[in-house]
Design a protein around this ligand. Structure first.
Ligand SMILES: *[C@@H]1O[C@H](CO)[C@@H](O)[C@H](O)[C@H]1NC(C)=O
Ligand SMILES: *[C@@H]1O[C@H](CO)[C@@H](O)[C@H](O)[C@H]1NC(C)=O
Length: 348
């Protein structure tokens, strides 16, 4: 059983997901891509940089660890994205595994100084999407149907200033009843990303907030929920059961979400490279991503919609181990190319 557990939650590490790019008030930005950016840094990003474990997106699984705020050793970034209060944000993720069922959330928290620790920032929720009964889809499944993206609006009535935008996907497949009845306590996987925004506008609201860690507890109903099929007297395929789901954390900020005022902002810097370098950067990412893409395509084909399936989970775990090995080989093969890119980009 211990071996199965390792296969499910470590071997399948290549199935983890992270933000691929982010659109903020009409401008596109690179995230801090933990698969490549640690190897070419210093890089200039709007996302808080963080420690990475290999060429994967490491989920946070410990609700009391400081990394729940802005990941492991999250560091204040070089850039800020200008955004008008009320503006739209769209996050685009690397291939999302459909059976990684769970919610998508977004928070904002004011940060007045680069010295402030993200754990001391008070975050208020501005977006949450758990399960959609009409669509019969979890947030991650719906994102998967829409180019692995989800989007939301910034409140229009908040006070101008520097904010951390903390976006998050939570995968709850570790709560499969079949695994629990086998004595396996699966992990919840939390995928937070923190971006610095310079929000403009004439609003005055300063919403109350919560801290990370602190806002989530290991026994929160929004985290212990089994996101699959029939439970109790619910009827198959689990729509009734899933529609009772309420995402974790405080309620969404109940302010104004009106359209932004004035022209689109023009950022001085976005982290996007010159065309030639950008082509190389994207090419490297595509190569690094290939094993994970293969695994996601496999699992999304054989397991397109939620249902508990321990055998499928086992097969997937084994493929995850293979993809993990491939991923390491790819990284080893790209070592020289990545070093050359770092040299050419000159710390940008
Ligand atoms: C979770 O994080 C806390 C705070 O960093 C730490 O004390 C604890 O040992 C961690 N738990 C596990 C299971 O790693
Ligand atoms: C299921 O329905 C039966 C009969 O109505 C009832 O006795 C039982 O408590 C229900 N179980 C759950 C878990 O709701």
């Amino acid at each position: 059983m211990a071996i199965l557990s390792v296969l499910l939650f470590a071997g399948a590490a290549v199935a983890h997901t992270g933000i691929r790019h982010i659109l903020i008030d009409g401008n596109i930005y690179h995230p801090y891509d933990s698969r490549i950016d640690p190897l070419i840094r210093p890089v200039r990003r709007i996302e808080w940089s963080h420690d990475a474990m290999g060429a994967t997106f490491n989920p946070i699984t410990n609700f009391s660890d400081p990394s729940l705020a802005c990941r492991e050793n999250g560091k204040y970034p070089a850039l800020k994205a200008p955004a008008r209060a009320g503006a739209e944000v769209a996050t685009y993720w690397t291939p999302i595994t459909r059976m990684h069922n769970g919610p998508a959330l977004a928070y904002l928290g004011r940060i007045d100084s680069p010295e402030t620790k993200p754990q001391d920032v008070k975050f208020f929720k501005i977006y949450e999407y758990g399960f959609n009964k009409e669509k019969d889809r979890w947030a991650n499944e719906d994102a998967s149907d829409h180019y692995d993206s989800f989007s939301f609006k910034l409140p229009s009535d908040i006070k101008a200033g520097t904010y951390i935008l903390r976006t998050e996907l939570i995968a709850m497949h570790g709560n499969m009843k079949e695994l629990k009845s086998n004595g396996l306590r699966g992990q919840i996987q939390i995928y937070p990303h923190c971006f610095n925004l310079e929000i403009t506008g004439s609003g005055t609201a300063t919403p109350e907030g919560v801290n990370f860690p602190g806002a989530y507890k290991v026994d929160d109903a929004g985290l212990t929920f089994p996101p699959f099929a029939t439970y109790g007297n619910d009827t198959s395929p689990g729509n009734e059961h899933n529609s009772k789901y309420v995402p974790p954390g405080p309620p969404k900020y109940n302010g104004k979400y009106d359209a932004p005022v004035g022209p689109l902002p023009v950022p001085t810097e976005t982290g996007i490279y010159s065309p030639e370098l950008e082509t190389t950067y994207q090419d490297l990412i595509r190569k690094i991503e290939r094993p994970a893409l293969k695994l996601a395509t496999y699992i999304n084909t054989v397991w397109p919609h939620y249902h508990a399936d321990a055998d499928q989970m086992k097969a997937y775990g084994k493929m995850g181990a293979v993809a993990g090995k491939e991923g390491k080989e790819v990284m080893a093969g790209l070592k020289a190319d990545i070093a050359a890119f770092k040299e050419a980009a000159g710390g940008k």
